[in-house]
Design a protein around this ligand. Sequence first.
Ligand SMILES: Cc1ncc(C[n+]2csc(CCOP(=O)(O)OP(=O)(O)O)c2C)c(N)n1
Ligand SMILES: [Mg+2]
Length: 277
Amino acid sequence: MLALQCASKGLSQFQGILGVALRFSSSLADEATFDLQPFKLHKLESGPSTTATLTRDDALTYYKQMQVIRRMETAAGNLYKSKIIRGFCHLYSGQEACCVGMESAIERDDPVITAYRAHGWTYMRGVSLVGVLSELTGRKTGCAQGKGGSMHMYNYNFFGGNGIVGAQVPLGAGIGFALKYQKKPNIVVALYGDGAANQGQLFETYNLAKLWNIPIIFVCENNGYGMGTSVDRAAASTDYYTRGDYVPGIWLPYKSRNSRSKRKKGPHFSTERTYVV
Ligand SMILES: Cc1ncc(C[n+]2csc(CCOP(=O)(O)OP(=O)(O)O)c2C)c(N)n1
Ligand SMILES: [Mg+2]
């Protein structure tokens, strides 16, 4: 799938996991260059570069962030099974790369809004592990003072955490409209699942977003299932990146760093293939 040019002992263990071809040299490399699988495009003449270079420092940062989120989610799962977390608890295990990759591509002033699988995003948007886990256990030290729980965590430029499937997408367009109205240079990222993607309110939002040229990226995190129903049984088309019709789209097997170039060009689509554990 990929040709990775890097150099380090021990990397061979990742070969099977990543499905990449590795080339070794004797010393540690400061960066690695990847040949990426081509992106699928909808109404776009060109997509992101299919070559990406990753520095050693960035790679270690991303790896650490993903590990922290996975461990946080494992702890949350155990607390839930022990009945210390009550109510809802939707884990992000398996989807860590989505929030880590996207956060690295946007800026802190770019607002993000997501669905109920929000713990990883809350952490990436600056809430501490204590802030997330305290919120889950209903404590005042939680980021919503223990009143929100799993689905309702917030921080600066992070608008949750929303429990109504799909409802965050029109809200996201509203945030994007405010950015445009205030002449801010930022872009909003509105995330939703493959299950939410079939809702009518999303198509109404695409219409207004395109009509008013709202600076928004609609991101469908396609993990293959909505409450156990596979995408093939729920969607007439699983090419989610094309389903905005007149809204340009892109299918990403991995995250792309070029979202910045799209800032001034109105709404865009992105579909991420992922899997929740
Ligand atoms: C409006 C609404 N309808 C139904 C539900 C019940 N519900 C909770 S999760 C879910 C499935 C969502 O699937 P998807 O969007 O793929 O998200 P995932 O859980 O895979 O991240 C449903 C139908 C809800 N919360 N809100
Ligand atoms: Mg899903």
